[in-house]
Design a protein. Structure first.
Length: 564
C-alpha cells in the first residue's frame, strides 16, 4: 500500500533500487551538496537532566497524535545501512531498522530481531534464533537469510563499505575483502528462516554489542519488492520513513508491523535538519524543536546557570584527533617532527577555549572503554614550560627553525567548533615552534573524499566514534589495510599485537596485548589525539526517557512525550 507523504515531502524511490540510487536521488532534489558533519558514538554519564526549566509551546499535533521533533546537525546522504559512518545517518537508521540485537537506553545489549542466542564452548560460533513475530514494514517476515544477504553485501570489496573491517572476525571475511574469495564464502549461513549461524575466526565476546551497529542490520532481500508501490519504504524497525524534504526534514511514522510496537510510545518523529548550532538553538527556544543534538558553546555557561534542568552534557566513547600524512614529506620518516607538533599542543588551553566539557587526550582509546586501561604519552604530566621546551628541541633536531620554518596544510570539514580548534592549534604551533599553517575547510561530503587524498594535506582533522564498546574498535583503524587509516600508518609489530589479542579467549591477556598495542602506536606518533568528546543537547521537560549510554545513542523508541 502507498504510504502517506508528509506535506511538501518528496516521493520516495522504488524500494528495489533505493540502496544504490538514494544518494543521487537526494542530490537531484537539492541540486547541491549539503553540509553534514560529526562522527558517530561512547561511555556517557548523565550530567544534567532534571525536570522542567523553561516551558515551550505545545508540541505539534497531527490529527491529535503527538510528534517528537528532533534537531539533527546534518543530513544523511543515504539510509543504506551498509554506508553508515556518521552520527546523523546512524541516528535515523536506528529508528527505522533493527538488527539481531538492540540496546537499552543505558547501553545494555538486548534481544532485537533475534529473540535469543547461544555461543559454543570455544566462543567462535554464535547461533541466533530469529523471532517469528519480526516483520518488515510490508508485513512479510524477517528471515535469517536477510542478514546473510546484508552481510555479504557489506563485506564485498567491490563496494568498499567502511564497516567491512569490523566484520573481519567472521570466517572468510579477510579473504573476501582481499578478493581471494567470493562474498558467498562468508562464514554466516541460514539453515532455515528461523536460525542464523555465525562462525568466527576467534572468540569475540563483544559480538552481540557489535551487532547493534546499523551496518549489520538486515536488508529486504525478496525479489517481490519489485511489485510494491514505489512510495513504499521497506524496513524492520520501530518506525518507517514516510517522507523526506531534502535539507529540511525527515518524517517517520510508527511501523504498524514492528514486533515490539506496544513499547513504541510516540506515533510520529520528525528530524529537523539544522547544521548551524545557533539556528537549532533558536528553534528550540522558539518551541519548534523538542530535543537538540547540539548546543552552541557560547550558550552553555548561561544554560548551566539558568536552564540546567534541560541541559544534558555527557562524555562518550569518541576521540578527536589530527592525522599526519605518513607517506610523504615532511612527516614521513620524521618521528621527531611529529612528536614536536604533538607536544606543542596545550590541551588544557584547548578544551578551556572550546568550553564543551571535553577532556584533553594524551592517548587514543578513551576512558570508560570496556575491560581496558587507556594508555597515554609519558610526557603528559610535564609542566607547560618543559613540554614546550622539549617540543622546540625536537623541532630543531628535525631540521626546522625560525629562519627555516615548517609550512603545512591542515584540512578539516566545515564546522564552527572544528574550525575554532584548527585556529587554536595553528596558533599554538606558531607560538611554540614558528610553524606556518594553511587552514583549508571543506563541506562535509567533499571532505569525506579529500581525507583519503593525501596530496591535499599534510595534517587532517579526524574523529573516531566507537561502533562498539571495545578498545579494538579504536586500534584496528590503524591497521595498514584499514579503509579508515587515513594517515597511512604501518607497523607490523603493532598489528601482530592486535592479532594476538584477537586470537585469545583470555580477557586479561587480551587486555594486556591491546594496551601494549596502543603504547606501540602512540610511540610512533601517527596522530595527535586532541580531546575526548562529550555530547551536548537540550531536552524539553515533557520529553521523557533521555539517558546517556556509552555510544551516545538515544533511540526514539525509548522516549515518550507527556501532555503539556
Amino acid at each position: 500500500m502507498p504510504r502517506t507523504m508528509a506535506p511538501d515531502c518528496v516521493t520516495l524511490p522504488d524500494p528495489d533500487c533505493w540502496l544504490s540510487e538514494f544518494p543521487r536521488f537526494v542530490a537531484r532534489q537539492t541540486g547541491r551538496s549539503r553540509r553534514r558533519f560529526g562522527l558517530c558514538a561512547g561511555l556517557a554519564l548523565l550530567v544534567a537532566l532534571f525536570g522542567c526549566g523553561q516551558h515551550a509551546s505545545q508540541s505539534k499535533q497531527n490529527g491529535g497524535t503527538e510528534m517528537l521533533r528532533r534537531g539533527i546537525g546534518g543530513e544523511p546522504a543515504s539510509l543504506d545501512p551498509a554506508t553508515a559512518t556518521d552520527s546523523f545517518t546512524i541516528q535515523v537508521l536506528e529508528d527505522v531498522y533493527e538488527g539481531l540485537t538492540t540496546e537499552s537506553p543505558t547501553g545494555e545489549v538486548l534481544p532485537g530481531v533475534a529473540s535469543s542466542w547461544k555461543v559454543d564452548d570455544a566462543g567462535t560460533q554464535y547461533t541466533f534464533l530469529i523471532r517469528s513475530s519480526a516483520r518488515w514494514s510490508n508485513g512479510e517476515r524477517v528471515r535469517a537469510r536477510d542478514f546473510v544477504v546484508a552481510w555479504q553485501r557489506v563485506i564485498d570489496p567491490k563496494h568498499g563499505y567502511p564497516f567491512a573491517d569490523d566484520l573481519r572476525l567472521i570466517v572468510g571475511a579477510t579473504e573476501i575483502i582481499s578478493g581471494r574469495l567470493p562474498p558467498s564464502a562468508l562464514g554466516v549461513y541460514a539453515p532455515n528462516d528461523n536460525i542464523l549461524v555465525v562462525n568466527l575466526e576467534q572468540p569475540t565476546p563483544f559480538l552481540p554489542q557489535l551487532l547493534t551497529h546499523p551496518a549489520t542490520f538486515p536488508i529486504y532481500s525478496e525479489s517481490s519488492a519489485r511489485t510494491h508501490d514505489p512510495s513504499a519504504w521497506i524496513s524492520d524497525g520501530p518506525y518507517v520513513l514516510s517522507g523526506w524534504q531534502p535539507g529540511t526534514r525527515i518524517e517517520l511514522t510508527q511501523n504498524a508491523n514492528y514486533w515490539d510496537r506496544a513499547n513504541v510510545h510516540i506515533p510520529r518523529v520528525q528530524y529537523l535538519v539544522a547544521p548551524d548550532q545557533n539556528s537549532q538553538f533558536a528553534s528550540y527556544r522558539a518551541g519548534q524543536i523538542d530535543m537538540t543534538d547540539t548546543v552552541p558553546p557560547n550558550a552553555i555557561p548561561s544554560l548551566r546557570s539558568e536552564h540546567s534542568r534541560e541541559l544534558v552534557i555527557a562524555p562518550f566513547l569518541a576521540t578527536a584527533y589530527y592525522g599526519f600524512n605518513l607517506v610523504a614529506p615532511p612527516f614521513a620518516s620524521n618521528l621527531k617532527l611529529r612528536k614536536a607538533l604533538a607536544m606543542a599542543v596545550d590541551r588544557q588551553r584547548l578544551v578551556a577555549a572550546l568550553a564543551f566539557g571535553q577532556a584533553g587526550a594524551y592517548g587514543f582509546v578513551p576512558p570508560g572503554t570496556w575491560n581496558y586501561e587507556p594508555q597515554t604519552w609519558q610526557w603528559k604530566n610535564l609542566s607547560n614550560a618543559d613540554r614546550v621546551a622539549e617540543a622546540k628541541r625536537l623541532y630543531a633536531e628535525a631540521g626546522y627553525s625560525g629562519k627555516s620554518p615548517l609550512h603545512l596544510r591542515l584540512l578539516f570539514n566545515t564546522n564552527p567548533a572544528i574550525k575554532q580548534t584548527a585556529i587554536i592549534v595553528a596558533a599554538m604551533w606558531k607560538e611554540a615552534l614558528g610553524i606556518d599553517t594553511e587552514l583549508n575547510d571543506e563541506e562535509y561530503r567533499v571532505f569525506l573524499q579529500s581525507r583519503h587524498d593525501r596530496k591535499r594535506w599534510e595534517v587532517v582533522r579526524l574523529g573516531w566514534t566507537a561502533d562498539y564498546n571495545d578498545a579494538s574498535n579504536f586500534l584496528d583503524i590503524f591497521r595498514g589495510k584499514s579503509v579508515n587509516n587515513d594517515p597511512g600508518y604501518i607497523n607490523i609489530s603493532f598489528e601482530k599485537l592486535l592479532d594476538g589479542a584477537a586470537s585469545t579467549a583470555d580477557p586479561q591477556v587480551r587486555r594486556g596485548l591491546l594496551e601494549l598495542a596502543e603504547r606501540t602506536m602512540l610511540a610512533d606518533y601517527p596522530v595527535i589525539p586532541l580531546y575526548y568528546f562529550v555530547s551536548k543537547r537540550l531536552v524539553k521537560p515533557y520529553v521523557l526517557g533521555v539517558q546517556s549510554n556509552p555510544l551516545d545513542r538515544i533511540a526514539s523508541k525509548s522516549l515518550s512525550v507527556i501532555a503539556h
